[in-house]
Design a binder for this molecule. Structure first.
Ligand code: THU
Length: 137
């Protein structure tokens, strides 16, 4: 499968990053199973802890619009003002949010550019998950 367009959407999302404190711009593009794309960027805050990562912005936008079935997410990030020079992997909190809504085969695409990206499954980057059924064991 070609994820060029999803990475392109993530790069466009990255342009909207609100990053007065870190200067680190991240974009995400979340693909639903029926083909819709929700963009997200990181949104920082003077109090620091309210900061929301790009991946969670995309998930929360989509879930708040009624989406529950997701196929893939593309993530791109790096210091603002330049294209990404390295791969930007999701933080642990965002991986946990992915696990809430996605199965182990959910595709996580980490991009530097439309031509240069890595494709993982959620279980590659978050093995040994904690999900709702674990509350009842
Ligand atoms: N950030 C993301 O948006 N996603 C990631 O996967 C890693 C970190 C943001 C949070 C913060 O605004 C900035 O990058 C520096 O940590």
């Amino acid at each position: 499968m070609d994820y060029k367009n999803l990475v392109k959407e993530a790069l466009a999302a990255r342009e909207m990053a609100y990053i007065p404190y870190s200067g680190f711009a991240v974009g995400a593009a979340l693909l639903t199973k029926d083909g819709k794309i929700y963009r997200g960027c990181n949104i920082e805050n003077a109090a620091f802890t309210p900061t929301n990562c790009a991946e969670r912005t995309a998930f929360f936008k989509a879930v708040s619009e009624g989406e529950k079935e997701f196929a893939a997410i593309a993530v791109v990030g790096g210091p603002k003002g330049n294209p990404p020079v390295d791969y930007c992997y999701p933080c642990g909190v965002c991986r946990q949010v992915m696990a809430e809504f996605c199965s182990d085969d959910f595709v996580v695409v980490i991009g530097k550019s439309e031509e240069d990206y890595r494709v993982h499954s959620l279980s590659d980057i978050l093995p040994f998950t904690f999900r709702e059924p674990d509350l009842h064991r």
